[in-house]
Design a protein around this ligand. Structure first.
Ligand SMILES: O=c1nc[nH]c2c1ncn2[C@H]1C[C@H](O)[C@@H](COP(=O)(O)OP(=O)(O)OP(=O)(O)O)O1
Ligand SMILES: [Mg+2]
Length: 200
């Protein structure tokens, strides 16, 4: 007998889902995206990453009856006092318009020298065993780098083409997916939850 635990990944972001699929290829677990199960995106009304991650995870768990994993993440730029941060997905107005978000970010940093273009990606993950789980598992990760003056690379999603990983000298969009997962905010956060996810 083989018992397969299904977990809903509470995200509508195809880039995140691809990264989760690669990270979560453990035997005995089946990860299903919320869209495949007919779960719609909800409004992210929280004022913190953790609140938004919990809102998304709870909604997906409630609709599907499955344990759920949600990710709330963003890019925090030093010279912009942490903006776009929590509002990264809707920075330029339309939710998830990466090209417009990048254009707005590069405009906001126009004339700022390299030494002052530091930034980090933040990721908060929330894992709920059921919608009313009173002790959700939370994990966080950060990835420091620098914002370039123009996009570079074809991989990844979101702000990846303008985010330089100073360790490798490559943008997040130039890194191969396995390397990005090993060093990224999302990969680091998920490493903390792996054990709990496997024990579900
Ligand atoms: O590794 C990353 N590489 C590039 N950009 C990234 C990354 N991680 C987060 N980001 C950006 C994309 C989006 O502008 C925002 C997340 O917003 P966030 O609300 O968490 O996700 P989302 O709305 O795209 O999908 P969903 O809420 O359904 O999971 O930060
Ligand atoms: Mg979102």
């Amino acid at each position: 007998m083989c018992h397969v635990t299904r977990i809903v990944v509470a995200s509508g972001n195809a880039g995140k889902l691809a990264e989760f699929n690669r990270l979560l290829s453990d035997a005995g677990l089946e990860f299903v995206s919320q869209r495949e199960l007919g779960v719609d995106d909800i409004e992210e009304t929280g004022l913190t990453f953790v609140e938004n991650a919990l809102l998304k995870a709870r909604h997906a768990a409630r609709v599907t009856g499955l344990p759920s994993l949600a990710d709330d993440s963003g890019l925090c730029v030093d010279a912009l006092d942490g903006a776009p941060g929590l509002y990264s997905a809707r920075y330029a107005g339309t939710h998830g318009d990466a090209a417009a978000n990048i254009a707005k970010l590069l405009r906001a940093l126009d004339g700022v020298e390299d030494a002052r273009r530091g930034a980090y990606f933040h990721c908060t993950l929330a894992l709920l065993r059921h919608p009313d789980d009173p002790r959700p598992l939370i994990a966080e990760g950060e990835w420091r780098g620098r914002i370039l003056h123009a996009p570079r690379g074809e991989g990844g999603f979101g702000y990846d083409p303008v985010f330089l990983d100073t360790g490798t000298g490559l943008t997040a969009a130039e890194l191969d997916p396995t390397t990005k997962n090993r060093i990224s905010h999302r990969g680091l956060a998920l490493a903390q939850l792996q054990h709990a996810v496997s024990a579900l």
